[in-house]
Design a protein around this ligand. Structure first.
Ligand code: GRF
Length: 191
């Protein structure tokens, strides 16, 4: 299975996926990284792993449509079969969704449908809920709305700071994302 990673920032989830592939726990080929933020740390991580990278911001294209078409062309050239969003901070539009139906996965740091959007960890912490967690889901045109594949709960202990919660969430993400991707590709092989 030929997989592309999309990310905008630090890329700790991308790193967890790269590490799982290198350890033989995730049987995919990482053939592309797409990043919309020049200078993002994730670009170095992909370079170190020898993954072909495209960095392109929508503002550098004549239109949003042209931006997505350029991404689709990059992916098609590399025969990508599955897109994995890992801290990718933009909503996808028609060109990508139509080119990759039921083939785009996202990870979100809350128990969706609770706390969608950019600050899922902080929003849960500030709401004072007893538990939050991680959701992995298929991507549709909404914001964190697609069909849920798996969720894992994280209990928020009374003495935790926001940073403690963020660390606990990221630990779950780094284990759950590679393991779930492996399950997805095994299921697809059986189809
Ligand atoms: C993760 O918490 C992920 O759930 C969210 O964005 C964060 C990305 O972190 N969508 P990183 O770039 O993988 O370190």
């Amino acid at each position: 299975m030929r997989l592309a990673l999309f990310a905008s920032g630090s890329g700790s989830n991308v790193q967890a996926i790269i590490d799982a592939v290198q350890a033989g726990k995730l049987n995919v080929e990482l053939v592309a990284l797409f990043c919309d933020q020049a200078g993002a740390r994730v670009i170095e991580r992909a370079e170190q792993a020898g993954i072909d990278t495209l960095v392109l911001a929508p503002q550098d294209c004549p239109s949003r449509q042209a931006w997505e078409e350029a991404i689709v062309a990059f992916l098609k050239e590399r025969k990508v079969e599955l897109i994995v969003l890992a801290g990718f901070m933009r909503i996808l539009g028609e060109p990508l969704l139509e080119a990759y139906p039921e083939a785009i996965v996202n990870i979100h740091p809350s128990l969706l449908p609770a706390f969608p959007g950019r600050q899922g960890i902080q929003d849960a912490y500030e709401a004072g809920v007893a538990e939050t967690g991680v959701t992995i889901h298929w991507v549709d045109a909404g914001i964190d709305t697609g069909e849920i594949i798996v969720q894992e709960k994280v209990r928020i202990e009374a003495d935790w700071s926001l940073d403690d919660l963020a660390q606990a969430i990221h630990q779950v993400e780094h284990r759950l994302y590679p393991a779930t991707l492996q399950e997805i590709i095994e299921e697809r092989r059986e189809d």
